[in-house]
Design a protein around this ligand. Structure first.
Ligand code: NAP
Length: 333
């Protein structure tokens, strides 16, 4: 089968190549999925660039990609949750979704929403689960809470807005001028054009911030939080509790806590809960997202669809950081 492979660290054009490899054999607790569509996430270009070398050693050539939507073609011996022909999607636990066939642990798989096609579905698992886990598992978002979600036009932001709204929260978000109208159509209560207005001046006393940008944006977000509020990041500094839960060694934990020292100090002084969330695959939560999509509460946003042969171009577009929703690679004509 054909699979996109990482051959060395670098850019998509110099480091990704399509290669012929064996079709994977599903283990007892896995299914084999024939890929109809897959999607890229920023983690893919971060891995490709070598940003995660310290914590994740790659054996080259390495497969790439975590998000798949397709059809079950084979089941492992211990698997009876799905049958051949079932249309499913998944954030797989290992890399390798950018290939004609993909194995996935049955616990990480959900039935695909029946009202959307594979191209729309392929963009949901990683970004949707990230938003779901940050908002509900970590921030424990409640109906009536005021939540600020940065970058509402991004892959994660566009789904987070809709998940937070269906939970009854008041949602404010930021985006640039070209995206304001379509981001409004996702249903947030307030869209702020960050090229014209300063959200830190317009918003105050928020219960929750979901920071999808990191860097200086994390520290900036404290300005709009009430004392006792919650700040969850997926792109900022890793807090000590999360570093422990991830099993990072004491030296790396010390470096991380040094990098996060200003944030930790600010959070402590104002009784704000600060957490970094690293998403995990979860078929049960993905099934809940399937329900929300089928009931019309969540609509995936597709930035663009690239044919499988142009996978490297798809990842290049994502690298530029201007995607409006998700970038999809399709196996179908
Ligand atoms: N920890 C985890 O488990 C986890 C999981 C998923 C993602 N992430 C991380 O979360 C981040 C976001 O992921 P993503 O998939 O949503 O990325 P993405 O789709 O590539 O985000 C692109 C969007 O960001 C917006 N943006 C850029 N700068 C902005 C700013 N200053 N203010 C407001 N919007 C801005 C852009 O809108 P404009 O063009 O309008 O600026 C664009 O629509 C990435 O760093 C990713 O690695 C982490």
């Amino acid at each position: 089968m054909k699979s996109w492979m990482i051959t060395k660290y670098g850019t998509p054009s110099e480091s990704l190549s399509q290669q012929e490899i064996d079709i994977p054999i599903p283990k007892d607790d896995e299914v084999l999925i024939k890929t109809k569509a897959a999607s890229f996430n920023p983690i893919d270009y971060k891995i490709l660039r070598g940003d995660l070398k310290m914590v994740m050693k790659l054996k080259m050539p390495s497969p790439i990609g975590y998000d798949v939507s397709g059809e079950v073609v084979e089941m492992g011996k211990e698997t009876n949750a799905f049958q051949k022909g079932d249309e499913v999607y998944s954030r797989i636990a290992h890399m390798g979704a950018m290939a004609e066939y993909v194995t996935a642990k049955v616990d990480d798989v959900s039935r695909k929403p029946s009202n959307i096609n594979h191209r729309q579905a392929a963009g949901i698992p990683l970004a949707g689960l990230t938003a779901y886990q940050a908002l509900f598992d970590i921030a424990q978002l409640q109906s009536g809470d005021y939540v600020f979600i940065s970058a509402g036009s991004g892959g994660v932001g566009s789904l987070a807005i809709q998940l937070a709204r269906q939970a009854g929260a008041y949602v404010a978000t930021t985006t640039s001028s070209v995206n304001v109208d379509w981001v409004k159509s996702l249903g947030p209560n307030q869209v702020i054009d960050y090229t014209r207005d300063e959200y830190t001046i317009l918003l105050k006393d928020y219960d929750v911030v979901f920071d999808t940008l990191g860097g200086e944006h994390t520290m900036e977000a404290f300005k709009i939080l009430k004392d006792g509020g919650k700040l969850v990041t997926i792109a900022g500094e890793i807090d000590n509790q999360t570093a422990k839960e991830l099993g990072l060694n004491p030296i790396i934990r010390w470096i991380l806590s040094f990098k996060a020292r200003k944030i930790t100090r600010e959070a402590r002084s104002r009784d704000i809960m600060y957490r970094y969330k690293l998403m995990t695959p979860n078929g049960r939560q993905l099934t809940e997202i399937t329900r929300l999509v089928e009931e019309g509460y969540v609509n995936p946003v597709v930035d663009s669809v690239f044919p499988f042969d142009k996978g490297h171009e798809a990842l290049q577009r994502l690298t530029e950081g201007r995607a409006k929703g998700k970038i999809i690679v399709s196996m179908e004509e």
